[in-house]
Design a protein around this ligand. Structure first.
Ligand code: ZN
Length: 329
């Protein structure tokens, strides 16, 4: 069998939130990401689907949420993504701690991990998130959104996700099938004492890493937990080759599903984490001009004739305005 093209890394991460306005405010105003798409859950159109990303919705930068108010608080455990880490520029962690102090964000002491400094915090739903200071290269593929956070500190896409697994071995083999290579193992500082964190790296520069941590904790999906993590398979051909490799590994990937801004294949990996493969195109600018991303409720075509009915079921959510506009009157 021919080997699939290795994934270059994470494409997006999708999580479960509670109150949609609280989610919107935190991820745009406090963390400074750009709302690049305001849509609905295509499998549950009475629920929003928010996409927060860099200025251009570059693959490897989008954090998406289903605000499912009816669900209860979740609990991070095995078979889940336990932490989501974003890249921020070197020397910006002081800025972030000051910002978190001013805004009452719940953060922990910095920890060193694989020679990088990590600032762990939680979003208002208790989702475990981290900022990791990196040297952002001149030609970085991400484009900072500077509406609320200056360029020197702005989030520059994903750094990594950590998987909590009861039995890490089969998942570690799978990651290598997908094109990740093992970087190393270290005592997980800031994690449960005795745990060994094993890091895998993809070929890209954004969303490059997946860390694996063994755990016996059991989890429960709900507010503040991750729904799935998607990996980049840029073209349909890349995706189909990866899908075949995953099926050969003994898993059961879905057929390709059109998600309007990308095309997706889903499968539950050996440890129970829901993985997705996502194409690079057509992208978030396929139905809205770059300048207007996120400004209106966008519905995939098949839902367009139900727009009024769908809108009536959604909570009113206001989009935070920039400082310039807020102080202008
Ligand atoms: Zn997805």
């Amino acid at each position: 069998m021919t080997e699939p093209t290795p994934t270059s890394g994470i494409h997006h991460v999708t999580c479960i939130a509670g109150d949609p306005q609280q989610n919107m405010n935190f991820w745009t105003e406090t963390l400074g990401l750009r709302l690049v798409k305001r849509s609905i859950n295509q499998d549950d159109p009475s629920t929003y689907h928010f996409f927060f990303a860099d200025a251009e919705g570059t693959p490897g930068t989008s954090m998406t949420f289903f605000p499912w108010e009816d669900l209860t608080q979740g609990k991070v455990g095995s078979g889940q993504v336990s932490q989501i880490a974003f890249r921020v520029p070197a020397r910006s962690l002081d800025y972030w701690e000051d910002r978190f102090d001013q805004r009452g964000v719940d953060y922990d002491d910095r920890v060193e991990r694989f020679d990088e400094t990590v600032l762990p915090f939680r979003d208002p739903d208790g989702l475990p998130v981290e900022l990791i200071a990196v040297n952002v290269p001149e030609d970085d593929p991400t484009v900072p959104w500077t509406e609320f956070v200056p360029e020197e500190a702005a989030i520059r896409g994903f750094h990594s996700v950590t998987l909590w697994l009861a039995d890490p071995d089969p998942t570690q083999d799978l990651l290598q099938t997908m094109g990740f290579r093992k970087v190393g193992t270290e005592q997980a500082r800031g994690d449960t004492p005795g745990d060994k964190r094993t890091r895998f790296a993809a070929t890209g520069s954004v969303g490059k890493y997946v860390d694996v941590l063994p755990t016996i904790e059991s989890g429960r999906q709900g507010h503040g937990t991750v729904h799935h993590v998607a990996f980049q398979t840029p073209t349909d051909a890349d995706q189909e080759a990866m899908r075949k490799a995953i099926r050969s590994a003994g898993l059961r990937p879905t057929a390709q599903i059109d998600r309007h801004w990308f095309r997706s294949v889903y499968f539950r990996e050996f440890g129970g984490v829901l993985f997705e493969l996502a194409t690079s195109g057509p992208g978030y600018t396929s139905d809205e001009p770059l300048d207007d991303l996120g400004s209106r409720l966008v519905l995939p075509e098949k839902f367009e004739d139900r727009r009024d009915e769908i809108k009536a079921q959604l909570a009113d959510v206001s989009i935070p305005l920039s400082k310039e506009i807020n102080t202008g009157d």
